[in-house]
Design a binder for this molecule. Sequence first.
Ligand code: BG6
Ligand code: MG
Length: 224
Amino acid sequence: MKVFNTEIQAAIFDLDGVIVDTAKYHYLAWKRLAKEVGIDLSEEENEKLKGVSRMDSLDIILALGGVTLDTASKVQLADKKNAWFLEFVNQMTPAEILSGAKELLVDLRKQGIKIALGSSSKNAPLVLRLLNIEKLFDVIVDGTMVKNSKPDPEIFLLGAKLLALPPSTCVVFEDAEAGVEAALAAGMKCVGIGSPAQLHKAHQVVPDLINFSFPVDSTKHILN
Ligand code: BG6
Ligand code: MG
């Protein structure tokens, strides 16, 4: 675990796999779609899709199977995957918020730390609404607002810009390797949620947000 010691003024949260376990729904929907085009998508290969936009994810899957398609067919497949994903999402309730996530959001707000969402998902506003937590965010950046998806830093840099804070004062919470790389490329601190083997580039890696506390002193927000 690397140690860092920086004044933190904002926290930027990824959504899928950090606040709610929609990562499993993305996987199930992509696996079903991959099967339709004759590709068996393993859990290990799925790690490469995490944090990556819908169309980029489809391109990765097709490349795995050596399948080439025209744009219209790809759009059709991506829409199909999204319809299956939404079947899961529309069943969601606030009970599916991952343990510790809401507590951390509330605690950070109490400490005066600004909160942004930085998600590649175009469905992020819908998911936040279903979870009834959209009011906990000062700023929401989703997949409809950027050209480049993670590992490009655009999503997180836009979050900092909308919060009017320097990137160096932001800490990102991420479960995807592409997301950790995006945070680092943005010049931000990063807490990885998941396995150290996958997320070792993050400044700190924790298995989940249960009892995760943000170590601050009373005058400065210092994350150690
Ligand atoms: C990210 C997920 O948050 O959003 C990816 O980690 C997903 O798995 C991406 O592909 C885009 O999501 P959506 O909802 O716009 O298809
Ligand atoms: Mg994620």
